[in-house]
Write a protein that binds this ligand. Structure first.
Ligand code: ADP
Length: 478
């Protein structure tokens, strides 16, 4: 068979909201505590206890809804989703079903230079479950209920994505957005931002969607891409061999790069959803919406546009410098403190600093060089105290120590020599020692000019002012 296949993907992303306490109790949500030390009676599902809604979780959900230009439900309802699992002692998860807090919105993604709008169906509040621990229990499984009751915002997309690349772009964009908004710490290793991917294939041109499989619990951008691509291949193979894709939940095994069947997909009515009688409906007032709207931070798109117009940055620099709110703040601080042109600040941040951060696998917030110290470096390059080349040396000292750029330049004797007398003297010696090369240059071999610049720089240990050297050399070689 030689059918052309089209891939259809919809993502459900679980975002842990960065509240101090759980969604229905005052227990702490901090990650990494000893097992079950943050499991209060409500997290444990003790009989007779009553949940009380955390207002901060509602506020954060509304903030998200506004950022994707969604309708915020004036009235939403918590429902019980009934199922059994060892990490869910109550026997049901409190979620939202028919009336979620955030309605239809969208997110624009960019893939291969093209912008595409991905629809967001809804986003609802729910509680996270506990965790099963399979290690160190001698063949048994331990249960840690610290995570039970951590607020989640589940963001459900329309089946609008058509490739693994688009899915990754969407997930990254959403990850950037929730961090910009300050509603989620985005830590994927700790499970603060995870994703279920719904994947199906259909023959190109066919209107109707194919049967989908849902791949559960993917917690990295790399795995999303791999898991989807793998699943697409598997489905195509099944169909081309005359089989049928069954609707089911699959698990991605990153070690083997394959997906495995977990269980056949349950339908919504298997869960016997019903409104939770212990919780009141949630009313979001116009006043609350107005208050949150006024406090909404500048969003990534708007910031990028402003960086391009105000700082005259090209698209690539603007993209890197607005990749997180912290990165953008760092750049703006460097511009402000150094008083230098934005271009030179941008170059050194997207160049030297970004490379060093990447090598050390550090976020800008953990940069060993503060915006202040970095501004000191840029300022000395801009005012010609040091050349760009020496700037790289100073950068190394800044990265590995605590001195300021000025102190480093002073103690290491790295100041650029602009004294024309000193430069002339060195140029004279070099010309005298290389008469043959000078003749070649005068005879039309222009490449020789570079040779002389190199020689002079070497003699001056890189500290000669390049512009002066060029000027004097030109005059002497004329
Ligand atoms: P359910 O309520 O049964 O989980 P939904 O209709 O709410 O199903 O869809 C859940 C997710 O699956 C959404 O992100 C949606 O975009 C996606 N989805 C639905 N149908 C398909 C399909 N045929 N192929 C890929 N994704 C799909």
């Amino acid at each position: 068979m030689n059918t052309q296949w089209e891939v259809v993907i919809g993502l459900e992303i679980q975002t842990q909201l960065a509240t101090k306490t759980k969604i229905f109790s005052g227990a702490a949500t901090a990650y990494g505590a000893e097992p079950n030390t943050q499991a209060c009676v409500i997290s444990l599902g003790m009989p007779g206890v009553l949940p009380v809604l955390n207002e901060d979780a509602v506020r954060k959900a509304v903030i998200f809804g506004m950022a994707i230009e969604a309708e915020i439900a004036p009235y939403s309802v918590f429902a019980r989703k009934n199922y059994f699992y060892p990490d869910l002692p109550k026997g049901y998860q409190i979620s939202q079903f028919e009336l979620p807090i955030v309605g239809k919105g969208f997110l624009d993604i960019e893939v291969e230079g093209e912008t595409k709008r991905i629809g967001i169906t809804r986003a609802h509040l729910e509680e996270d479950a506990g965790k099963s621990l399979h290690e160190n229990f001698h063949g048994s499984t331990g249960i840690d209920l610290n995570r039970a009751g951590t607020p989640l915002l589940e963001i459900v997309s329309e089946p609008d994505m058509r490739s693994a690349k688009e899915a990754v772009a969407y997930m990254r964009k959403l990850h950037e957005l929730v961090r910009y908004l300050g509603i989620c710490d985005g830590n994927m290793q700790e499970g603060s931002f995870r994703c279920d991917a719904n994947v199906s294939v259909r023959p190109k041109g066919q209107e109707e969607f194919g049967t989908r499989a849902e791949i559960k619990n993917i917690n990295s951008f790399k795995f999303v891409e791999k898991a989807i691509n793998h699943e697409v291949e598997r489905q195509i193979e099944v169909i081309e061999n005359g089989g049928k894709v069954v609707q089911e939940t699959r698990l991605y095994d990153s070690d083997k790069n394959e997906t495995r069947s977990m269980r056949s997909k349950e339908e919504a009515n298997d869960y016997r959803y019903f409104p939770d009688p212990d919780l009141l409906p949630v009313f979001v007032s116009d006043e609350l919406k107005a208050e949150l709207k006024a406090a909404l931070p500048e969003l990534p798109e708007a910031k990028k546009l402003r960086f391009k117009t105000d700082y005259k940055l090209n698209d690539e620099s603007a993209t890197i410098l607005t990749s997180s709110r912290d990165m953008a703040d760092f750049f703006e601080n460097v511009v402000k403190i150094s008083g230098c042109e934005s271009a030179i600040c941008a170059n050194w941040i997207t160049g030297e600093l970004s490379a060093a951060l990447n090598r050390a696998d550090l976020e800008i917030t953990a940069s060993p060089i503060s915006a202040e110290r970095f501004a000191g470096l840029v300022a000395r390059i801009a005012d010609d105290t040091i050349s760009g080349k020496i700037g790289k040396q100073v950068f190394e000292f800044l990265w590995n120590g605590s001195e300021s750029a000025d102190e480093i330049i002073e103690t290491q004797g790295l100041k650029q020599i602009t004294d024309t007398g000193a430069i002339e003297a060195i140029i004279d010696t070099i010309l005298a020692a290389n008469e043959k090369q000078a003749e070649q240059y005068r005879g039309g071999n222009e490449k020789m000019f570079g040779f002389f610049v190199g020689q002079v720089m070497k003699a001056m240990q890189g500290k000669g002012n390049p512009a002066e050297i060029n000027k004097i050399l030109k005059a002497k070689l004329a």
